[in-house]
Design a protein around this ligand. Structure first.
Ligand code: AHR
Length: 871
């Protein structure tokens, strides 16, 4: 084997000749030299660069500076996503390939390919060895063998030295062997001075056209960057000479088309304390004593089983034990040993416990009394001044785990109370699942949701709810994937786990509660399950990258996916339908949609597992609408590959994600107009307009309103949308901006929320084309004034939406005649403000209707006009 590899290395191939058709002007060369390299700037995060030279020797011109033609998506954000020592070469078929190292410790040979050096895909990160790293990668090709040999230098682990493998396709690789004589390695890399610094990389002679295309790609990227960074703050300059603008709008019902009546939904993810301490109404933090240092990757010494608990008083001990727990999924419990009555175990809640005078709270716990003596425990809710806000007594006399429950009526209101458990006799007691739950939950469900937050979501009139994420769905490493079966059934038997956003999930808000909430507000459930791979940005478990469920376990995993459908839709006598019935819902939930994967890296590991899952669901439940995944961006390798696979698999829909600047939305208004209608439909599952480092304001909300107007026009190809993320608890955020902020007692919808709400409340199922003629036809103006007209067949109402991103009011003349007989009065709603306004709220009113409606759309506003048809 060694000799074979040696031979292969000696057969290292040089760059191929120049095959591209040369399209050049007279004074350009036929060919030039291209240098492919990565700099060490930004700790190797800047990816693949190119520089060109006419003589290939003295002078090199960077196509940049620091322009990234290919980035690394390996591992977690921050320390990973690095590219070291790239080797670029043309394979035997003329396809460009780039192989690179990802860090100094992992045995990974990253590789991607490209026909034009501009568009690279897919990105693949095969782990070739776990015994060393793959540094200074070199590659060769054997014509007689028709295979490539890859060699590298390993400086870590047990495999130190020069190692290699062979491959025919860069998907499968022969076992790694040691190459004992480094002399056989042919060094493809050279060192050149680019931008005043020596860089290491590979040189190729290419057509001038190839270089020209690279330069143009860089210029285009720059141009887009400038467009997309346009801000309203520049409007005074941009529109310095803007004259008053008039618009006349005509509506053309003859060309109406059906659109999705499900366009506005919500994306729920347990991020920013959206679930525990948020929508899930439990008031006790760490009720199960399962907080673990690993929840926060060990960064917080206080974060353990005792988090949020404290012992008050002397002559007592509070410890954590794991002997004979209530359930194996819930192994930790509290042991309270009291030698003098007066000591108490106290919980601080999530930023305090809020209670309201007159409201009832269900206190419950599991207790065990090993000595069988005493056992009376006084339970009190105490405000910040030490006054009791309500109390009760429970008797914990059983020597085995037993649940106790009592209702406490609050006698006073407090925002920052604590919960105190004070044994009334000396001795030892064991406690677990200590809960204080408001009786007033959304729709009065036990183990339910915070009513004010749930109602705010319901007010959006969402047609579906996606859950449980986001990244929470695919998780931080294989062991952290969200497994739905761990989240149903008795609370004490559910399996809590680390939250990828670095805190803890109790799973108290689990699949049953999600489905129930959907039913409560008339929204379709849309669960998203992992595609057999965890998040590509994983920092935990696995090898620091995506990895996948071992093939030997995939059938079990696929069964788990199929079981969810039976649990949701099966007969109450079926194995899983029975569990749903036992939880209190004998009727099926009528699940129609299932998401597989969440913006995953589309690698070989992913594709294999994803296809297995999708095919199994298609075979057993052909009526199920499977939503595939197409990466985290609106373009690029994962987007392209995701679309390819979804189309090949015949999936009904794909889940697109993009968080972009307001300028992106302004300059990409035809994004969906170009989509092939015969391909899968689109679920725009995560999106928002972001101003770097700034919260949502009128500028972001109008960009989103504009985008949704464009989406409505394309409602025949876009079926569902959901803004992300949804909820954020003040002081506990991992992501900004979010749609709705809250604290323990207040809900604070953002301006972006009102846009979602207005679209949700004013949805239609027919799109009616309209034409707007503006007095100023410059593209800066026409791109900033957009209309969408829809009809809601349930009510017969016509809805006209107008978005004005201009700094001036637009006088409008709306010709309503083509809509036929209309009610004499219409309602209107206007959301407007200065670009930086974060507190604007919609204002509603009525207006008299005639054949032509003349009015004014205020500067920086979103207006909705709703009128009844009399036909
Ligand atoms: O919405 C926040 C995060 O953004 C989601 O968890 C993830 O899917 C995306 O990257």
């Amino acid at each position: 084997m060694k000799n074979k590899l040696t031979l292969l290395l000696l057969l290292f191939f040089c760059s191929h000749g120049i095959s591209a058709k040369v399209m050049k002007t007279m004074n350009e060369p036929d060919s030039a030299y291209l240098f492919a390299y990565a700099t060490d700037k930004n700790t190797h995060h800047n990816g693949l660069h190119f520089a060109w030279s006419i003589d290939g020797w003295n002078t090199w011109y960077a196509i940049g500076p620091e322009h990234r033609f290919l980035g690394s998506d390996y591992g977690t954000w921050g320390p990973q996503k690095r590219m070291l020592d790239p080797v670029v070469f043309q394979d035997k078929d003329g396809l460009w390939r780039c192989l690179f190292s990802v860090n100094e410790k992992d045995g990974v040979v990253a590789n991607a390919s490209s026909a034009d050096l501009i568009n690279w895909r897919p990105q693949s990160y095969p782990i070739l060895t776990t015994a060393g790293n793959c540094g200074a990668i070199e590659v060769g090709y054997s014509t007689p063998k028709d295979e490539y040999c890859i060699s590298w230098v390993s400086k870590t682990g047990t495999q130190q030295g020069v190692y290699g493998t062979t491959t025919k396709d860069f998907h499968s690789f022969t076992p790694v062997i040691e190459l004992r004589d480094e002399l056989y390695r042919i060094n493809q890399r050279v060192r050149l001075l680019v931008d005043g610094k020596y860089q290491t990389g590979t040189i190729h002679k290419v057509s001038w056209q190839t270089i020209d295309e690279l330069i143009k790609a860089h210029k285009m990227a720059d141009y887009k960057r400038i467009l997309h960074s346009e801000k309203m703050a520049d409007d005074p300059t941009r529109f310095a000479s803007l004259k008053p603008v008039q618009a006349s709008i005509t509506i053309n019902p003859e060309q109406s088309k059906s659109i999705s009546d499900m366009l506005i939904g919500i994306f729920f993810e347990d991020i920013n304390y959206a679930a525990d301490g948020g929508l899930y109404a439990e008031l006790v933090q760490n009720r199960d004593f399962e907080y673990d240092p690993s929840d926060k990757k060990g960064s917080d010494p206080q974060w353990n089983s005792t988090k949020a608990w404290s012992l008050q008083g002397d002559a007592a001990a509070f410890t954590i034990d794991t002997i004979n727990p209530i359930h194996a999924n819930n192994p930790h419990y509290a042991l309270l040993h009291v030698e003098r009555v007066g000591a108490a175990l106290v919980n601080e809640g999530f930023d305090g416990i809020p209670v309201k005078a007159g409201d009832k709270y269900i206190f419950s716990l599991f207790a065990r009394n090993p000595q069988g003596k005493g056992g009376e425990v006084r339970v009190r809710v105490i405000d910040a001044q030490g006054k009791s806000c309500g109390e009760a007594t429970v008797k914990c006399t059983s020597s085995t785990w037993k649940k106790q429950e009592v209702v406490i009526t609050a006698t006073r209101t407090a925002t920052n109370a604590t919960l105190e458990l004070m044994p009334q006799s000396t001795g030892t007691l064991h406690f677990d699942m200590i809960s204080l739950f408001p009786q007033k939950t959304f729709k009065g469900h036990r183990n339910g949701l915070r009513p004010d937050l749930a109602q705010t979501l319901a007010d959006m009139k969402p047609r579906f709810i996606r859950f449980p994420g986001g990244c929470v769905a695919h998780g931080d490493g294989l062991d952290n994937m969200y497994r739905w079966k761990n989240t149903i059934g008795a609370l004490e038997a559910r399996k809590p786990q680390r939250n990828i956003w670095n805190y803890h999930q109790t799973a108290g808000l689990g699949y049953f509660e999600y489905f129930q909430f959907c039913e409560d507000i008339g929204a379709e459930p849309l669960p998203v399950l992992p595609a057999g791979v965890p998040c590509q940005n994983s920092s935990h478990g696995g090898h620091g990258q995506q990895c996948g469920i071992p093939m030997s376990e995939m059938q079990d995993y696929i069964q788990e996916v199929l079981d969810l459908i039976e649990w949701a839709n099966g007969d109450a006598k079926s194995t899983w339908g029975k569990k749903r019935a036992e939880a209190g819902h004998p009727k099926p939930f009528n699940l129609k949609y299932i998401g597989i994967g969440n913006e995953d890296l589309i690698s070989d590991v992913f594709e294999e597992r994803y296809a297995m899952i999708c095919k199994a669901v298609q075979a057993k439940y052909p009526e199920m609408i499977i939503i595939g995944t197409v990466g985290p961006f609106y373009e690029g390798s994962d987007y392209e590959e995701g679309w390819r696979i979804a189309t090949e698999l015949g999936l009904q829909m794909v889940d697109e994600h993009y968080y972009e600047s307001p300028g992106w939305y302004i300059h990409n208004q035809q994004y969906y107009d170009r989509y092939d209608r015969s391909k899968p439909k689109v679920y725009l599952g995560e999106y928002a307009a972001h101003l770097p480092g700034r919260p949502s304001n009128i500028e972001t909300s109008l960009a989103e309103a504009l985008h949704l107007a464009n989406v409505e026009r394309n409602g025949d190809v876009v079926s569902l949308t959901s803004y992300a993320p949804l909820l954020a608890k003040e002081g506990n955020t991992q992501w900004t901006p979010d749609l709705i902020y809250f604290n323990n007692t207040e809900v604070k919808p953002t301006v972006d929320y009102y846009v979602q709400m207005l679209y949700g409340q004013n949805a239609g199922d027919t799109y009616i084309p309209s034409r707007m003629s503006l007095s100023d036809q410059s593209s800066a103006v026409t791109k900033r004034m957009v209309t969408s007209v829809v009809r809601d067949s349930r009510t017969g109402d016509y809805i006209v939406k107008m978005v004005n991103l201009l700094p001036v009011a637009v006088k409008t003349k709306l010709d309503l005649k083509p809509l036929g007989a209309l009610a004499a009065e219409a309602t209107y709603t206007v959301l407007s403000g200065r670009p930086n306004d974060k507190l604007a709220k919609p204002v509603t009113g009525t207006v008299s209707i005639s054949d032509t409606l003349e009015g004014e759309v205020p500067a920086y506003s979103f207006c909705v006009l709703r009128v009844k048809s009399l036909r």
